[in-house]
Design a protein around this ligand. Structure first.
Ligand SMILES: Nc1ncnc2c1ncn2[C@@H]1O[C@H](COP(=O)(O)OP(=O)(O)OP(=O)(O)O)[C@@H](O)[C@H]1O
Length: 641
């Protein structure tokens, strides 16, 4: 049984569906320790035969037997492992991976062996020393000469200790001195008990080996033994291989990114702008919402709301809009309410007279908990026959507005009788104090007695409902909104509480629109990443071919591009977050004197969101290009100039 045997190999290429036969029945036997040169005219099918022997091409008739075992039934996985374990390729154009150092070029093969990392580094260094490149291991391929490149390729081919070395015109690109040295190295390989098969045009090179096989018209027309094969000592154990680990693909993609640092930094910067704008928009939305709430909350009591009757007509009668005792009891039953008190709001404008000055005031209502007692700057809340003036109203009666406290003013307003006839009411009230914001107020009892004095009934047109905290207020507010009479909603929330809710909705809406615009820049980054990865795939086609020839699986090639996209996404997100954070510091610092509030409020939620979105977008963008890379045919990829 021969070590490697080719049995009646036929191979045709199909051009426009027409078969073009290249190999027409090749049968050959090879042994370890042989240095076989395959000679023949150009286009005679030598490379085609090498691809079949090397497990790169599976579409042929006939059979390849390795130690008697047929390769015909081999699937893709078997062929990957065959190339890793049994074959070492040496190419005419060296095919080193440009972004890896010489050491790492050799390491690619070794990373697919069961050796420890330290053993791998030692073996790669030893091999490079053996081929005379010990001092250059950290150089990149573009920093060494052609002859040196071919030595690296030899070291790489030998790395995983394969049984067969296939060399396609290994000296084709070298001068005579380098040719001599490379042939000596190859001699040494055969001498070490490996099978060396070398395609060449040069008779001199062929004469160097132990055997010459001559091909013509797709067949062997001469098979000549020059010397005895090198002796093999015992059964050789080759190194066990495995597929490229995920860690190695991550490392390789980082190495590639580092090699193309400038370009990748630009891409990452581009990507980060998308993430930066999304995070900044969300944080700004958050900040503005917080600011608005803060502003409004500072003027109202957030745990008390005003509830009015929901009526369809604009000018409903006082009776129709009355929030009755029954209504208040209904509201009071809702869990979470602490107090429900009647209130009256004068919409028609009331008048306050102080001496000869009369002021018309647009808002007047009965004192209730929506007013903030803490905002009373002088005096106290209105008691019986008292009135509390806002700072604005008080100022209209004189510069020294605080002097109004204790004075008596006359409050006039128009009440509506049950017969819908207006009744004028007026009473002298003592100014109990000044409040810096809110409404001019008197107590409900005071107003009630003013009404009674004129035989008019005061009908509460709102109820002030108090809760224990803001959260309960929201829940109760929603429950009140749901209460109905005859299938129709019974109440509406009035006052600042109502504005707050809709304001928040508008702010959120506005910022979702802005975040949407920022999302467009994310989309642009995604397209950019897709384009970049496609360019990268086409730039690296040859490298993909080399990796496949070394036994790297399709899946690992895909992972290589996916990991690169992952890193682009990750680094873009990190940069975007840092930029966003810096912007937050800057804007908040600049805005602080004017608004005393952090207008940009980045949360950890937004940071995580940005990170996840960026990585997801990059991975999605990598889908098609990485799939394309994995799909590439290794022979075609290697043939790319
Ligand atoms: N993918 C392909 N599709 C169609 N024809 C092909 C393809 N690859 C090779 N051929 C043809 O098959 C024939 C053998 O090609 P191959 O590369 O094996 O020759 P070769 O002996 O290695 O030539 P050279 O010494 O010039 O490298 C050539 O005529 C070539 O044009």
């Amino acid at each position: 049984m021969s070590f490697l045997e080719l049995k009646d190999i036929h191979k045709s290429y199909y051009v426009n569906k027409e078969p073009f036969p290249v190999l027409k029945g090749i049968s050959l036997k090879f042994e370890r320790g042989e240095f076989v040169s395959i000679l023949g005219e150009s286009g005679g099918g030598k490379s085609t035969l090498m691809n079949i022997i090397g497990g790169l091409d599976h579409a042929y008739e006939g059979d390849v037997l390795l130690e008697g075992k047929s390769m015909h039934a081999a699937n893709e996985k078997d062929l990957d492992s065959y190339r890793r374990q049994t074959i070492g390729f040496i190419f005419q154009s060296f095919n080193l991976i440009s972004h890896l150092t010489l050491l790492d070029n050799v390491m690619v093969s070794l990373e697919m062996t069961n050796m420890t990392h330290a053993q791998q580094v030692k073996r790669a260094t030893d091999l490079l020393e053996q081929v005379g490149l010990g001092e250059h291991i950290h150089k990149h391929p573009n920093q060494i000469s052609g002859g040196q490149k071919q030595r690296v390729a030899i070291a790489r081919a030998l790395a995983s200790d394969p049984d067969v070395i296939i060399a396609d015109e290994p000296t084709g690109a070298l001068d005579s001195q380098n040719t001599k040295e490379i042939l000596e190295l190859m001699d040494g390989i055969a001498e070490s008990g490996k099978l060396v098969i070398c395609v060449t045009h040069s008779q001199d090179v062929a004469n160097h080996g132990t055997r010459i096989v001559h091909m013509e018209d797709g067949q062997i027309n001469e098979d000549r033994q020059l010397k005895d094969p090198f002796p093999i000592e015992g059964q050789q154990l080759s190194t066990q291989t495995k597929h490229l680990s995920f860690r190695s693909t991550l490392k390789m993609s980082l190495q590639h990114m580092r090699y193309n640092l400038k370009r990748n930094l630009l891409i990452i910067f581009g990507g980060s702008i998308g993430i930066f704008s999304v995070i900044l928009m969300l944080s700004l939305g958050n900040g503005v919402k917080g600011y608005m709430n803060d502003q409004i909350m500072s003027q109202i009591n957030p745990t008390t709301i005003q509830v009015a009757k929901k009526v369809d007509e604009q000018s409903a009668s006082a009776k129709a809009v009355e929030v009755t005792k029954a209504d208040r009891d209904r509201i009071d039953k809702i869990a979470g309410t602490q107090s429900v008190v009647p209130g009256y709001y004068v919409a028609n404008g009331a008048q306050i007279q102080n001496g000869d000055k009369t002021q018309r005031i647009m808002q007047f209502q009965t004192w209730n908990k929506t007013e903030k007692a803490s905002d009373i700057t002088k005096g106290h809340k209105p008691g019986k026959n008292e009135i509390l003036l806002t700072k604005d109203t008080a100022k209209k009666f004189g510069k020294n507005y605080k002097a109004m406290v204790g004075k008596t003013v006359s409050l006039s307003l128009t009440a509506m009788g049950d017969d819908n006839k207006p009744v004028a009411l007026s009473r002298d009230l003592k100014v109990s104090g000044i409040i810096k914001s809110g409404t001019d107020t008197a107590s409900y009892e005071t107003l009630d007695s003013m009404y009674k004095a004129q035989n008019v009934t005061l009908r509460a047109n709102f109820a002030a409902v108090s809760m224990k905290d803001v959260q309960t207020t929201k829940t109760v507010q929603n429950k009140i909104k749901k209460l109905s009479v005859n299938g129709k909603k019974a109440f509406i929330i009035t006052g600042a509480g109502a504005i707050l809710d809709s304001l928040n909705t508008y702010i959120s809406l506005a910022f979702y629109v802005l975040a949407g615009i920022a999302a467009i820049s994310l989309l642009v980054s995604a397209i950019m990443i897709i384009v970049v990865l496609y360019i990268s795939v086409s730039e690296r086609t040859k490298e993909i071919g080399v990796l496949r020839a070394l036994g790297v699986r399709r899946r690992d090639v895909r992972n290589l591009f996916v990991s690169e996209a992952f890193f682009i996404g990750l680094f873009s997100a990190v940069l975007g977050i840092i930029l966003g954070w810096l912007m937050q510091l800057l804007i908040n610092h600049l805005a602080a004197p004017a608004i005393h509030f952090s207008i940009i409020q980045m949360t950890s939620g937004y940071v995580i969101f940005g990170l996840v979105v960026s990585i997801l977008i990059s991975l999605l963008a990598a889908l098609a290009p990485s799939h394309q890379a994995a799909k590439l045919d290794p022979i075609e990829s290697l043939a790319v100039e």
